[in-house]
Each structure stands twice: as C-alpha cells, then as structure tokens.
Ligand binder design. Structure first.
Ligand SMILES: [Zn+2]
Length: 67
C-alpha cells in the first residue's frame, strides 16, 4: 500500500518528507511477546510538534540525524 501523504497527529497539517520527517510514532498496547498479542498503532508527526509536547526533561533524548 502506498501512502499518498502524511498528516501530523498533533497539528493536523501535512508533512513534507525530508531527512527527519515524517516522524513515526508507534504505540504498542498491552504487549505480550510470548503470546504474540498486543495491538500496535502508528502515528506521524512533525519533529518540532513531537519535541514541543515532550516534557523539557525528555527533549534531550530526541535527536535529529542532522543535529
Ligand atoms: Zn505538526
């Protein structure tokens, strides 16, 4: 399946593909590796939108490839 475009899950604006965007945010609910259960959901966002929503203490862990 080819994806036509990406929309940011935080600001709802379109994301132009570049070296760091779209940022893929994957969320795994109730993961149990042994039982192979758990549901995964994937979101896309702008780098800055994700960074701005992280607590300031965690922003340092988010590093762009070009930084
Ligand atoms: Zn955004």
């Amino acid at each position: 399946m080819k994806i036509k475009g990406f929309e940011c899950c935080f600001c709802k604006k379109s994301i132009n593909e570049n070296q760091v965007e779209p940022v893929d945010i994957s969320i795994v609910f109730n993961e149990d590796v042994k039982k192979k259960t758990g549901a995964m959901q994937l979101f896309y966002s702008h780098f800055d939108c994700l960074r701005d929503r992280l607590h300031k203490d965690n922003r340092g862990y988010l590093v762009r490839e070009d930084d």
